[in-house]
Design a protein around this ligand. Structure first.
Ligand code: ADP
Ligand code: MG
Length: 321
């Protein structure tokens, strides 16, 4: 029977890059370059709430880190390292091996080594907590409070696929194997836009990653920046995998769907070429979907220029009513 320490040694210990102290001591150590700030963020993932109990463990390892790297991306921060808290209801080594594979593979892609954590037994469900650390030149982070009237509003990638995959897996939509096959990757294997976030430093005024739905997450930028927005529904980069679906679920997925892990950001209209150049340099797709206005509030115009009377709600763990 493997002990806690065997598990840590087997699945979570990798040699740390030079200059870092990784797994094995009471704390990890990493240097912070002079003139830079540490950016840090934590996400907690719970079985049954953030992932289905039977999800592919390799995908889960990937996603547990991806959602955190997405927060660094949204700030324009460069990853340094991460720590992993695991509460395990049972000792399932093939599961752990696959989870660790998915986690370490994404960590390697982004130069974000696992440098510490904690492992305990859980009386009930599986819980996964990841904390990332990044670095950003002091004062250069992309924050939520920097949007200004007349900025363009941009989103990266495509919207809507993760929401449709989730609702199919959750049984809210009738089974559709082809649609699930086309959308599932977006839900289970999100690609955090770290390179784009870095490339947008000095150009974007404000940024956020889309975790709870475009309207809700853009709403956080609007509140922090004390401005409003007008979005154009006909400009939205609707995921190709949604082709042929009825208008209502598409609208709900594109405007309200969560788990996207793309960036929503604002930039001055005079910097359109700089935004496109930044995106092209990192191979990202970006789409201009609206404009920031001085008057607080959020309007979405349809193809005829009419404001939608009802907007889909984003995800909220503690809805008011
Ligand atoms: P402590 O008793 O000081 O909390 P632990 O025995 O919990 O130390 O952990 C031993 C070492 O293993 C520490 O360096 C810790 O950061 C690391 N560690 C524990 N669990 C994990 C994990 N899930 N992933 C990465 N490192 C881990
Ligand atoms: Mg411990």
């Amino acid at each position: 029977m493997a002990s806690e320490f065997d598990l840590i040694a087997r699945y979570f210990t990798r040699s740390a890059p030079a200059g870092l102290l990784g797994v094995g001591d009471d704390c990890a150590l990493f240097p912070v370059p002079p003139g830079e700030q540490v950016a840090t963020s934590t996400d907690l993932l719970l079985e049954g709430r953030h992932f289905f109990p039977d999800v592919d463990p390799k995908a889960l390892g990937h996603k547990a880190l991806a959602v955190n790297l997405s927060d660094l991306a949204a700030m324009g921060a460069r990853p340094i390292g991460c720590v992993l808290g695991l509460a395990l209801p049972r000792l399932d080594e093939p599961w752990l091996a696959a989870f660790a594979d998915g986690f370490h593979a994404l960590a390697a892609v982004h130069g974000c080594p696992l440098i510490g954590g904690d492992t305990t037994r859980s009386a009930h469900d599986l819980a996964i907590s990841v904390t990332v650390f990044g670095a950003v030149p002091a004062g250069a982070a992309l924050r939520r409070d920097g949007a200004r009237a007349d900025d363009d509003i941009w989103v990266s990638g495509e919207l809507g696929a993760a929401d449709v995959a989730y609702r199919l897996l959750d049984g809210q939509y009738p089974a559709d194997a082809a649609r699930l096959a086309a959308t599932r990757g977006a839900l289970e294997w999100p690609e955090p836009q770290v390179a784009l976030g870095l490339a947008l430093r000095g150009t974007a005024h404000a940024a956020i990653d889309i975790s709870d739905g475009l309207l809700q997450d853009l709403g956080h930028i609007l509140a922090a920046s004390r401005v409003g927005a007008v979005l154009r529904e006909d400009r939205m980069p609707v995921a190709a995998a949604l082709a042929g679906m009825p208008a209502d679920p598409v609208r709900r997925a594109v405007l309200g769907g969560g788990d996207v892990y793309q960036l929503c950001f604002t930039a001055p209209a005079a910097r359109r070429d700089a935004v496109l150049a930044a995106a092209q340099a990192v191979g990202a797709r970006v789409t201009r979907v609206g404009r920031i206005v001085a008057q607080p509030g959020l309007a979405v115009l349809d193809a005829d220029g009419q404001a939608l009377a009802q907007l889909p709600a984003g995800f909220d763990h503690f809805p008011a009513a």
